[in-house]
Design a protein around this ligand. Structure first.
Ligand code: ZN
Length: 193
């Protein structure tokens, strides 16, 4: 896959860590909210992992897929107050210089993109729990604002920014996910999206 100069977004095949559990492509997968086909659509993937590096254990907590329409729907509902807070937080805390360097060099080494927590800058290999988020079209990954990794501590910092209204919207969003995914998020894990 080549780069797309017009939009300065680069493309590549899906790194294994983003693929649906036990599958080799997104073929036949559906949006976890509206069940629209993901084929030839833009969509987001979020996954949460638990790991214990001492005993070399690395397990998926949950994964879900969101089509562009559902993602937009969600974004439109988020309160202005939360959006402003998130923007300010992103400018202050996100590791954008590192990300820009990877983009400048067209680096598609997923290990580098997901090496550090975007917020706390912890090495992801050293944290017990973390989430990854990526953006795709079919079986192609976009390297731009995403992919990124966020540790559990980073996720908790973001949660603190949300207004009550945004918290309710996130709850509604979680309630529209399939029951098995929802149970895993509630039991262990948090969502970034
Ligand atoms: Zn959808």
């Amino acid at each position: 896959m080549g780069e797309d100069n017009e939009f300065s977004i680069t493309w590549n095949e899906v790194p294994k860590i983003f693929l649906p559990e036990g599958k080799s492509s997104f073929k036949n997968e559906k949006c976890s909210i509206c069940e629209a086909s993901l084929e030839e659509n833009m969509f987001l993937v979020e996954k949460a992992f638990w790991q214990d590096s001492l005993i070399f254990k690395h397990e998926l907590i949950f994964e879900y897929f969101i089509c562009a329409d559902c993602a937009q729907n969600f974004n439109e509902q988020v309160s202005e107050e939360s959006k402003l807070k998130l923007d300010a937080f992103r400018k202050k805390n996100f590791n954008s210089l590192y990300r820009q360097k990877l983009k400048d060099y067209n680096n598609h080494d997923i290990g580098k993109w997901l090496k550090y927590c975007e917020i706390t800058k912890e090495k992801i290999s050293t944290v017990e729990e973390y989430n990854i988020v990526g953006q795709f079209i079919g079986d192609i990954m976009l390297y731009d604002e995403l992919p990124m990794a966020i540790s559990i501590d980073g996720l908790m910092q973001i949660e603190k920014l949300y207004s009550n209204k945004t918290r309710d919207i996130i709850d509604d969003f979680m309630n529209s996910l399939p029951p098995d995914v929802r149970a895993k998020i509630k039991d262990k894990g948090r969502i970034f999206f």
